[in-house]
Design a protein around this ligand. Structure first.
Ligand code: BJW
Length: 233
């Protein structure tokens, strides 16, 4: 683990599982409880906005009942103590990285606690229900949607992510199934550019063969152990 000066970390739903947030594709996960095309596509939102706004209201409310776990706090420690460049990219819309102490988090699939106004296109911090059609704090139109990235939409800050993947010495993927692109392609992007690649996941992901190394187990155990290795190298 010597000569690492630039790390990109990608996290997914698995890092928040031990905090009590449902993953998407596990048995009993969100996509068994709700049809993905109904709640996570622009077409689903156009068809039944009440259903979609209610789905995200429920998930936003659930955030109040959960706490960051040892994996989130270990990544915050890495941010504080690692001397090199670190980019933490999360696919998660929860705020557990921030509440675990990370200051610099790139939410490529948006955030539950952000609202996007379809009238004025301004984003506002948001912690209240949306199904009751509250007015936009900027233009007063009742046109708010959750500021999240649905299938068919462009994830956020892709240029910044791809630039960091080009510079990375190490790419680490934590708690993600590798089922959703473009995030699922980051490992190949980083590896082709010369980075070492490491998977930390409960089980082999769909892309596990692309990684130089894969460790399988709960993030709450694997991530603090890996962070200790990086900081003591
Ligand atoms: C643990 C654990 C523990 C459990 N410890 N681990 C055909 C081929 C290729 C691509 C496409 C295709 N057809 C369409 C596409 C594109 C499409 C796509 O990827 N579709 C796939 C289904 C194939 N992608 C898009 O549309 C994206 N946009 C796009 O591509 O734009 C064009 C573009 C082109 C070029 C460059 C850039 C862009 C947008 C994708 C948006 C995804 N949105 C969602 C919803 C966000 C809002 C919300 O939260 O509701 O994002 S879907 C959902 O999946 C959510 C997640 O972020 C994402 C990934 O899920 P994640 O995090 O991996 O969770 P799980 O449940 O799948 O896995 C959890 C893992 O944790 C498991 O492996 C467990 O084992 C593990 N685990 N407990 C460690 N304790």
């Amino acid at each position: 683990m010597t000569d690492i000066s630039s790390i990109v970390i990608l996290t997914g739903a698995g890092i928040s599982a031990e905090s009590g947030i449902d993953t998407f594709r596990s048995a009993g996960g969100l996509w068994e409880q709700h049809k993905v095309e109904d709640v996570a596509t622009p077409e689903g939102f156009a068809r039944d906005p009440d259903l979609v706004l209610g789905f995200y209201d429920m998930r936003r409310e659930a955030l109040a009942k959960v706490r960051p776990n040892a994996a989130h706090t270990a990544l915050a420690r890495l941010e504080r103590e690692f001397a090199g460049e670190l980019l933490l990219v999360t696919q998660n819309v929860d705020d557990l990285h921030e509440r675990g102490g990370s200051d610099q988090v790139l939410h490529m699939h948006g955030e539950l606690k952000s609202a996007l106004c379809l009238s004025c296109e301004v984003r506002s911090r948001w912690d209240a229900p949306m199904a009751c059609r509250p007015p936009c704090p900027v233009c007063q139109a009742s046109s708010l949607r959750p500021d999240v990235v649905w299938f068919g939409e462009m994830p956020y800050q892709m240029e910044r992510i791809y630039a960091a993947l080009q510079r990375a010495d190490l790419f680490v993927s934590i708690g993600t199934s590798g089922a959703v692109y473009p995030a699922a392609g980051f490992v190949q992007e980083a590896r082709t550019a010369g980075a070492q690649t490491l998977e930390l996941n409960l089980e082999p992901s769909e892309g596990t063969a692309h990684f130089h190394e894969a460790r399988h187990g709960p993030a709450g155990a694997l991530v603090p152990q890996w962070v200790e290795e990086v900081l003591s190298a």
